[in-house]
Design a protein around this ligand. Sequence first.
Ligand SMILES: O=C(O)CCC(=O)C(=O)O
Ligand SMILES: [Fe+2]
Length: 336
Amino acid sequence: MINEVPPSVDTLWDKTEDQFMKTFKYYKSNKPPPLLAEVINIEDINNTDKILLLTQKNAVQEDERAKQLGLRELKSWQLYSFKEHPGLFLIRNPFTSNGQRYWIQKCLQVYPRKPNKRNIDMETNVEDWWEACHRHGRCDKQLMKKLRWTTLGYHHNWDTKVYSDDNKSVFPEELSALCDVVARYLGYEEFRAEAAIVNYYHMNSTLSAHTDHSEVNLEAPLFSFSFGQSAIFLIGGRDKTTVPSAILLNSGDVMVMSKEARLCYHAVPKILPYAPTPWNDEAFDDQLDIMYMKDTRRSPPFKLNEWSIFENYIKESRINMNVRQVLYETQCNLKD
Ligand SMILES: O=C(O)CCC(=O)C(=O)O
Ligand SMILES: [Fe+2]
């Protein structure tokens, strides 16, 4: 009788190895730069059999808020799913040019204001970061580069990873409406935007492997909006032994992590320049009749002639708005 060969130490090691980290390092590298042939790019879908176009134009119900939020008609949206990642969806840039400008402006001029929390709070107590960056007609590049995140609604606690009813501010109405439109499009009628992290990336920034599990309700989807330069987004499995897929996220793209994908490891190992400038394509003054843009309560009126200062930022940066529901629909706060 032939003895079965016991699994070698090598094979055991392979199974438990941090495959995620290996892939992360590969894409993060500058010398040599990574090859992009394996990266899933929805702008080049003929090149991949890993995604499916799901859009059913006839079945889509329009939402009258879409235009006000800088979104195109819902029937023109392209929705993709990923064969290897159940629950992961990507809507290819559903924003108009003015829509992109509007959200970029909100993320720079409005969301990083107190009482929202920011990484820079450790070293400065400026009320209004964007204003401080542009005081006296100058541009403080050093302060500008320092902002890496700001949190909205229930503030993410980076140390304890636990949300608290005592640590939240009002969630921006327009961002909640944006998520509501996207959530309904996907059949999530009950979704409530309650917490967001706005991430600011420069060309050399990365975001390491993590899962987002602080929310009480992990059954609700997570909505991720990307603007500016592109990112290689990695998504793997529930632990780091799965080799992750690499997906290119471009300006305007909306990624939705639901069900299984909501629990999976993900990361951003690389920011890549994005040659098109969709925020310029058809941005005209006469399209600025967007209701939320006229909302002057929390943000100054949107002025097109100011766009150049936002453009200077976004042509060398990426912004990601990462929005979550924290509670179950039956809860009003964490203590319920
Ligand atoms: O920047 C991204 O695309 C992902 C951000 C993210 O995963 C997070 O904020 O938890
Ligand atoms: Fe995340």
